[in-house]
Design a binder for this molecule. Sequence first.
Ligand code: CA
Length: 364
Amino acid sequence: MYKVNIGPLSKTEVSIKNIKKRQTLGWQISKYKFPKMWAKTKGAGIKVAVLDTAVDLRHPDLKIAGGYDFVNNRDINYYKTHHPKESHGTHVAGIIGARNNKFGIVGVAPECELYSCAVLGDDGSGDCNDIIKAINWCIKERIDVINMSLGGGADFKQYYKAIRRAYDANIPIVCAGGNSNWETGYLDFPGTYNETIAVASINSKMKRSVFSSIGSNIDIAAPGSDILSCTPKNTYSIFSGTSMATPFVAGLIALIIAKHRTTGSKSPVITVEDVREHLTKTAIDVDFKGQDSYTGHGLINPLLSMNYDGTVTVKYSDLINGNLKLRCDRKVPRKSVGKSVIPKGKIVNTKFNKSMIERAIVGK
Ligand SMILES: [Ca+2]
């Protein structure tokens, strides 16, 4: 048995006044102005599977389309009459797709089809063999995106082969980079496999979260600190971890796929590499130039990744409207900024490459 788990995670039970009376947008939703992006799509018709602890099917802010409990080998509808003891899977599901209604919170893709595949038990740990079964189930059920906010285990052939089968079936597997907060040079499995999309965490100041693991296979950094989401028994809690950054990316991928299926673009979204390209080519490069071990290709950029058409052609106003008020960690020498400095508020329609976007942000 190769054991996997959800890793150390900070949890805060919160009591937010009136959260059940009106809908609250988490910082990660309002910062990126998702409500504006939902005019294009809310992810309807896209199937997202949460391979995690079981999701609370009775949470009023969640709508679960199906799934299976691979740990206990039973129908997922068991959780229509029993609350899961561990809240992790419910929290992850809420970040992806909590409903856009009049109460609670709202997910990144509030109309996607959520599936709960329980591969971790009440203690938050599980067996890789159950994950293999769940991945096979996802392939059979034609799931569009797999979220795996978990890590551990070991590199063994059957596990890798299952990941590879999903990859060959064009199903992106989004994985938590880990919460080790030290440089191991590599990440937990399966995030360390090249076939997966590994996610680092950033906080609301758009800096790498202190706990976020460092490793060369990190693809992208997304909000994972102080994330408010659903927890069992009709409650809401704030959790932090790369486990929370991962479903942000899974939800965004659902939006990207949905947008492509409805309106298309010059740049197709069919393979996992197409998805990775949409995420990474539009990312705001921070830390070291290009992909690095801290934030991968950089800070996720939802608006641009949804509109990506093969070139990074953006209006500077898109950046402002995307509310990307970022500051780079490293100073850019005056001479290298040159004419690329774009004054704050000035709307420029030009071709940007990643470093120009970075410089533009530094310059404003
Ligand atoms: Ca809601």
